[in-house]
Design a protein around this ligand. Sequence first.
Ligand SMILES: [Zn+2]
Length: 339
Amino acid sequence: MSHRFAFILLLHCIVNDAVSQRKPLPVIDMHLHALQLKKSMTAPIKIGAPFRDLGLHDPKDNYSDEFDAALLTSKWADHYLVSPTTNDSLRLLTFAALDKHNVYGVTSGDIETVRQWKKEAGSRIIPAIYWDFNSAKKEKLTIDSLEKLFTSGEFKVFGEVTIQYEGYSASDSAFDSYLALAERLDIPVGIHIGCGSPGAPYKGSPGYRARLHSPLVLEEALLRHPKLRIYAMHAGWPMLDDMLATLYTHPQLYVDIAAICFMIPQKEFYFYLERLVNAGFGKRIMFGSDNMIWPGAIDAGIKAINKAAFLTQDQKRDILFNNAARFLRLSEETIRKMH
Ligand SMILES: [Zn+2]
């Protein structure tokens, strides 16, 4: 081996080593959950990634049972993610996915679980408040206690707000004082507008209505609270025209693409995302995984964006990071540390 060749080889190894150790470009996941597995989840549960179809239902049968059975057998999907079966593995696999893709996640769940995750994963976790009327009662998340959690600086985002499951829209007067609080404290709000679990009213959410998928239900809330930073989680899927009209009319509104990025048939996700981008809203779309009990959702969601042939490199970076960094008003210093 000549000296020259040995030197080039050495250089090659050094460069390769540096490349393999370099962190990937950062990603902000606007929609991550820190959950505890329920007792019924000790058998692995499969979620379509994506679903091929969303099932048939004969009304003589119980839809809830059919749905649960389908998730145990992966009947509705050719590709699927499998849930871990212990809380430790759920948490650690999620942290591993965050590290692998250099992800910072706006993370909601019950307060103590979010605190535990934050303690263990540090800056990877951006603590957020999961909220609906029911969980507010359980966790005593009143206006006063929320104000303390936000002004202490511990919790940064108010969301996921899932009152759609309870039959409420964001513009309902019962929710207004919470929006007023978020506006006054300048706390970003993430509200579930769009797809929940299929057949939700037939399995535990009797107040759930299809019409509440429409982002049009946000309008009065947006007009009453014009300084509010707010994003429609799940981008109002599948109400495409309503979403476009709402984004067009309310320029402060952002969306995330949580769950739809990995769960719905990919052709449909790409069709929906491409329309949002083509219509001129590429600067207001943010990545979200909606990882609940499937840490693989983070990887699947990021891959779906990176593989989207209709997006430029800049548009992908906007969705994966830049739009959320702007929306969250991250400082240059914070952004620098994330790289
Ligand atoms: Zn949601």
